[in-house]
Design a protein around this ligand. Sequence first.
Ligand code: FMN
Length: 186
Amino acid sequence: MLVLYATTEGHTRHVAEHVGEQLVEHGLDVRVVDVRSAPRLELSDFSAAVLASPIHASHHDRALIRFVKEHRAALDTLPTAFLSVSLTEATVEAAQSTEARRADAVVQLGKQLDAFVTETGWTPGHVEPVAGALLFSQAGFLKRLFLKAIAKSSKLDSTKDQVFTNWAALDTFVERFAVTWKSAAL
Ligand SMILES: Cc1cc2nc3c(=O)[nH]c(=O)nc-3n(C[C@H](O)[C@H](O)[C@H](O)COP(=O)(O)O)c2cc1C
């Protein structure tokens, strides 16, 4: 099984590695690969693929989009899932979000996922929005300012690094994906 990810600040790597470890726990043979180090990856070597991308400036990762466009035909033959990692999903999941803010975040994320599908021409077998992280310590000066602005507009704490990912929900996704794949492979 392939877990292919893109990352800028490193959090989606943690998500992909966690998914990989959980798939191994389910008895599967897994390779976790950074899309930027995978120019010659052969999808025919895999029997399923989980792709993961963060959202930056309202877009999923450019290198991952390029990979999907180039390998769309092969992806269409595999069981697949797409993990979309963002602070917008953190707003959707945050207990302190108002209903209006949550509804707005759902609409915003829906638009960004639609744009990903339109741009790549790929409809993943399953889409799992994942709440991302605010890693101020990983960002340079300008990016830190930008992150603080995002945190402020999303009413999130902007004073320290924070991970919003719901690891238990991610494990539930992995379990469903592994069980579905195993029953289809029988
Ligand atoms: C410069 C920058 C721009 C971002 N833009 C968005 C955005 O438009 N929408 C969003 O939901 N999250 C945005 N985020 C939050 C990221 O999606 C979140 O921090 C994610 O965990 C980053 O994943 P990575 O560490 O794998 O790069 C942005 C983060 C940074 C640093």
